[in-house]
Design a protein around this ligand. Structure first.
Ligand SMILES: Nc1ncnc2c1ncn2[C@@H]1O[C@H](COP(=O)(O)OP(=O)(O)OP(=O)(O)O)[C@@H](O)[C@H]1O
Length: 415
């Protein structure tokens, strides 16, 4: 049996509240800016303390790829920060038996005044690589990062995307024995994310140990045979990926039963928040495939440039479709009487029968004001899409698209 790479025992981390939140790393500051995390969630009101992580114990064996999932504020980043020694546990201990390379403090080892080229060497040295080894990997790193053109530019002039790409390239190419990745991948474009995921898979197949924090449940399930689900700082489930994801989705569903205004697991600036939302069919009927459906969001305040974006997920957490009111169509209607309500209407609900949930966000311009995971759960009953009966999702996928067949006519006798 393979040896142990990481052993954590009773890891706990306490933060003091009521003080300005300190950013432990540049990535944290960068990440929060990029993801629009505002002060409202992060600086919890009042004095006191918060246990971001409570009594977490686990072992990770050499060569395992382990996903870490959990809602906002569940303690995922705190756990990775402790493992990478960016921060220390209040209680408990962790043993690491390999060279760690982490992508949570992207560019922590980067010096802003130094060029990309210089930073590759600096970071490699920090990670314990020999000069000759770095030289050997240099071209590969540069090629992967896609920042060749800016290699001799100080990284302080890099966009956040370039920064992250170079940091990922360095971390992933330095043959870390343990690679820790914290959602950083969300920053790059789709093509870069695909390459990162492929690289992570390659690192893992090479017998390395990988820990990935992600909100993307399909990515986690496709990459990680084992998943740890954290809830309010505790390990709620540690085991096979789909069971962990189910446990996580169940917990989101429990939260969604709360009154929306009582939910604290939200992100964003908080100048306004989602006060209420409903998913309904026409005339009080049940939601059904191919039938009209209406998604209604009420914001606490009607701020200028308010927009709403929501993504519907199927029962295994796979994103199915996203709607975004800031992307305009000539079919949109401006209706001042709606006040602080945003309504998304569908003439034909393109979802196969099954259970779904949605994550919803409010923006003012580009600024994220509020984000709720599992803001609503709903059931879609069997129905017809343009007269054609649609069967439940499962292996057939979750969406159905209006379409027609052209054929000789003989097949029609089957129905
Ligand atoms: N430096 C800090 N000072 C005070 N509180 C903090 C600090 N860092 C984290 N917290 C709090 O600890 C809790 C866990 O935070 P953490 O970032 O680990 O959660 P997470 O699961 O990674 O969340 P997310 O998915 O939103 O990134 C949260 O309530 C957070 O507000």
């Amino acid at each position: 049996m393979a040896g142990v790479d990481i052993r954590a025992e009773g890891l706990s981390k306490r933060y003091r509240l009521g003080h300005a939140r300190r950013h432990d790393s540049l990535k944290e500051l960068l990440g929060e800016t990029l993801r629009g995390r505002g002060a409202f969630l992060r600086s919890a009101p009042g004095e006191g303390e918060l246990w971001a992580l409570r009594d977490a114990s686990f072992e990770i064996r050499v060569g395992e790829i382990v996903g870490i999932v959990g809602g906002n504020g569940a303690g995922k980043s705190t756990l990775l920060k402790i493992l990478s020694r960016v921060t220390y546990p209040t209680r408990g201990m962790v043993d690491l038996y390999g060279r760690v390379s982490s992508l949570l403090e992207v560019g922590t080892g980067f010096h802003p005044e130094l060029t990309g080229r210089e930073n590759i060497f600096l970071n490699s040295a920090i990670l314990g690589m020999r000069l000759a080894e770095t030289r050997r990997k240099f071209d590969e790193i540069v090629e992967f990062s896609g920042v060749e053109m800016f290699l001799d530019t100080p990284v302080k002039h890099y966009s956040s995307g370039m920064y992250v790409r170079l940091a990922f390239a360095v971390a992933a190419h330095l043959d870390p024995e343990i690679l820790l990745v914290d959602e950083v991948l969300a920053v790059g474009d789709a093509e870069f994310q695909r390459r990162c995921l492929a690289k992570i898979g390659e690192v893992a197949r090479g017998g390395r140990t990988v820990l990935i924090v992600s909100h993307n449940l399909s990515t986690v399930q496709s990459l990680c045979p084992r998943v740890i689900f954290l809830r309010a700082g505790r390990i709620e489930y540690d085991g096979e990926a789909s069971s962990a994801v189910h446990a996580y989705l169940r917990s989101i569903e429990e939260s969604s039963a709360l009154d929306i205004s009582e939910r604290a697991d939200r992100l964003g600036m908080g100048w306004t928040r989602i006060a209420d939302l409903s998913v309904s069919a026409a005339g009080g009927a049940a939601l059904a495939t191919g039938a009209p459906a209406c998604f209604r969001f009420r914001s606490e305040k009607a701020l200028p440039h308010l927009s709403c974006r929501f993504t519907i997920y199927d029962r295994v957490g796979q994103a199915v479709v996203t709607f975004d009111s800031s992307v305009r169509s000539p079919a949109d209607v401006d209706e001042p009487s709606l006040g602080n309500e945003l309504v998304c209407e569908l003439d034909e609900l393109p979802l196969r029968p099954g259970r779904y949930h949605l994550d919803a966000s409010l923006y003012t311009g580009p600024e994220l004001q509020d984000h709720l995971e599992g803001a609503a759960f709903f059931e879609v009953e069997p129905g017809r899409m343009r007269g054609r009966p649609e069967t439940a999702g499962d292996d057939n996928g979750s969406v159905c698209v209006p379409h027609r067949w052209r054929q000789s006519g003989r097949a029609a006798t089957w129905t």
